[in-house]
Design a binder for this molecule. Sequence first.
Ligand SMILES: [Fe+2]
Length: 362
Amino acid sequence: MNAGSAPRIGVDSYQDWLKNERIPVIEDFGVHLPEVETRPWPRYGVGGAAVHLKGRGDFVSMFVLDLAPGSASEPQRHLYEEVIYVLSGRGSTTIETADGRRHGFEWGPRSLFAIPLNTRYRHFNGSGAEHARLAVTTNLPAVLNMFHNEAFVFDNPFRFDERLGEQKYFGGEGDFIPVRPGQHMWQSNFVPDLAAIDLHGWDQRGKGSKNIMFILADGTMHAHISEMQAGSYKKAHRHGPDFHVMCVTGHGYSLLWYDGEQDFRQVRWRHGTVFAPPDRMFHQHFNTSEQPSRYLATAFGSLRYPFTESKRRALLGAGKEGQGAVAVSVKLGGDQIEFEDQSPRIEALYREELARARHAAT
Ligand SMILES: [Fe+2]
């Protein structure tokens, strides 16, 4: 260390890296991703922006990639995981493994896929007229802070062949792995349309609730999709940070509050709106559309590889029969507020919001 220079403390290797990438960084409680402004991102050769939500936690961040008509991203390979949701547009992604084999699949609006760890990949916009926009959730903050060595993360020849899975996983097929309500899994690398995939009932989260947990490219990144029926809402619950909740179909709002607070924070959402409930903040999702409403949640720590004690508790850990704490009453040691225990203001507000939505629709 040079005499007189400041001691290096409090380093965030991810934030240092991000500054050098010179893309916009949007910091907010919730963000509407279709409206995020991107700037040319030399690394990718397409438009990019970083999205840092208030509740993103220590491990995860989000990027928006904007592919101009007919454009393609520069080849990438890296030691962090990515779960990618297609906000708009149509195109394809090719993945090249270390032994030179190529896999490709074509995506469209509401597709979801993961890049198998450290494989080389490119995204192509298949349209000559429309932009394509991707929402990418990554564990790059965790990985860069762990190793604080850019070359190790972005220029590493190690092969993770076991992450590729079966050939059909690149073709939009997968394997259904039954566990129990709330924990049924769909294992694949690519889901063509989140609006169309079969979900399974999980009434413990509210009558008519459905979900499926994803295991994508055998990753530690988390993804699941939930559905609530028209005219209904889910029970409130809380858990650790970093679940990036993004509306896929329908529209509605969520209420968030810390234990003991009198006022709610309200976030309205429609397709492409994302927010992350901060650590242990109660939150509750309400469908005000006239169709089932689905939302995607991405995070670090999957059902197969929970990674943290917090995820283990949320997904597997409390109550009888391995129920996640997110679906067990606070009165039984879990983290969910049953309908009969919730504030009467919640139902009253929902009636008002439903009437307003129906009025706006006519
Ligand atoms: Fe939640």
